[in-house]
Design a binder for this molecule. Structure first.
Ligand code: HEC
Ligand code: HEC
Length: 335
């Protein structure tokens, strides 16, 4: 008699009480596992390529320019700056934990990291190069040829190998051991009681319907503006830009909320700089709910516990160009 009653009380408390401890294996969010490096030489090569601005026409823009690993894998700009100071059309998503995404890009147009990695090099608004020129650069540098030979058994340097190595490096960019993960794994003091209240509210208010799994997002495409339309000057229409279907208008990949404290400004148009604003917008537009200032504060406290160990390694030292290396063109060439 006594035991079931206690259980019932504990369960009813569990729904509302901030002190509820997690039920291992039964939470909508799972801890991030540390990366397992299978091929260290490949990862090292991919790291060099990720940091090498010579894959751009200007010789100035690398993947790290817009996915700065010193800044949560993003550029902290509303939209990115590309070749020739080109104003990018959309906010740069973080590369951290991007291996957990269902697909890449806001509209999911690349299925895998490998498929994604070929895009920016040849994109006129980003690195503005061609794959052929990027390969000419790499082939002109003996140390790169040597590294491709070690990893792929061939020093011909193919674009497929370039994107494969970059993807292998990106797969290591996971952020385990966040305070929230330590709490999930049983360390009751890893996050504050305010953050615990925030997590309960994140679940009970319905945020987890879209932001769940180890990445707390990245697993589905959802409409931005379920209850109320999102007001923006940005022209992106989400998945509809690919399919042309009206039903896909404003359908975007749900962003990961891991390290979200570091990846401001928020949303595909980068229109909101603070988490407080972003949480308020989400609650109103997605759930039709106006949260109090205290409730917003609790959810923000929770979101800040999602910041994990950032990738940490020595900056790669890139092999120097040679006489054969195509020269960078940082400025328009006068005729
Ligand atoms: C000029 C800035 C810029 C450069 C340079 C750049 N990116 Fe991006 N990256 C972006 C933007 C903006 C998006 C989002 C584009 C979209 O969704 O339409 C993006 C998307 C991505 C994504 C998808 C993430 C997600 O959650 O959907 C990955 C992965 C990525 N880039 C990796 C790279 C790699 C690897 C390189 C170098 C080869 C690179 N980027 C170079 C700006 C840049
Ligand atoms: C119906 C699905 C859905 C629900 C419910 C939802 N979100 Fe979102 N969330 C999204 C989508 C889609 C985006 C990206 C929208 C965009 O950029 O236009 C997003 C973006 C965000 C962002 C910005 C992330 C970034 O990097 O730009 C935050 C923060 C966020 N959500 C928090 C929340 C919170 C807190 C709740 C609950 C109050 C919530 N979301 C409920 C789908 C959802």
């Amino acid at each position: 008699m006594y035991k079931p009653l206690m259980l019932a009380i504990a369960m009813s408390l569990g729904a509302t009480a901030w002190a509820a401890s997690p039920t291992p294996g039964n939470e909508p969010i799972q801890p991030i596992q540390p990366a397992k490096v299978v091929n260290a030489s490949k990862v090292e090569l991919g790291k060099q390529l990720f940091f090498d601005p010579r894959l751009s026409k200007s010789g100035f823009i690398s993947c790290n320019s817009c996915h700065n690993l010193s800044m949560g894998g993003s550029d902290n700009l509303p939209t990115s700056i590309g070749h020739n100071w080109h104003q990018g059309p959309i906010n740069s998503p973080t590369v951290l934990n991007s291996s957990m995404n269902i697909a890449q890009f806001w509209d999911g147009r690349a299925k895998t990291l490998k498929e994604q990695a070929g895009g920016p090099i040849a994109n006129p608004g980003e690195m503005a190069f061609s794959h052929e020129l990027a390969l000419d650069v790499l082939r002109s540098i003996p140390q790169y040829r040597g590294a491709f030979k070690v990893v792929y058994g061939d020093d011909g340097v193919k674009i497929d190998d370039v994107t494969d190595a970059i993807a292998a490096f990106e797969e290591t960019l996971v952020t385990p051991h966040s305070p929230f993960d330590r709490w999930l794994l049983g360390d009751a003091t890893a996050i504050s009681s305010t953050a615990q209240e925030g997590y309960q509210l994140f679940k009970s208010a319905g945020c987890v319907a879209c932001h769940n799994g180890a990445a707390v997002g990245g697993g589905s495409f959802q409409k931005m503006g379920m209850v109320e339309a999102y007001a923006t000057k940005n022209k992106a229409e989400g998945v509809a830009g690919l399919t042309g279907k009206d039903a896909d208008r404003m359908m975007f990949k749900v962003p990961t909320l891991r390290n979200v404290e570091l990846t401001y400004p928020y949303f595909h148009d980068g229109a909101y700089w603070t988490l407080e604003e972003a949480v308020d917008v989400m609650a109103r537009l997605q759930l039709g709910r106006k949260l109090s200032t205290d409730e917003v504060g609790q959810i923000v406290a929770f979101l800040k516990t999602l910041t994990g160990d950032q990738p940490s390694f020595a900056l790669p030292i890139l092999p120097p160009s040679t006489a054969q290396t195509p020269r960078p063109q940082p400025f328009p060439v006068a005729n």
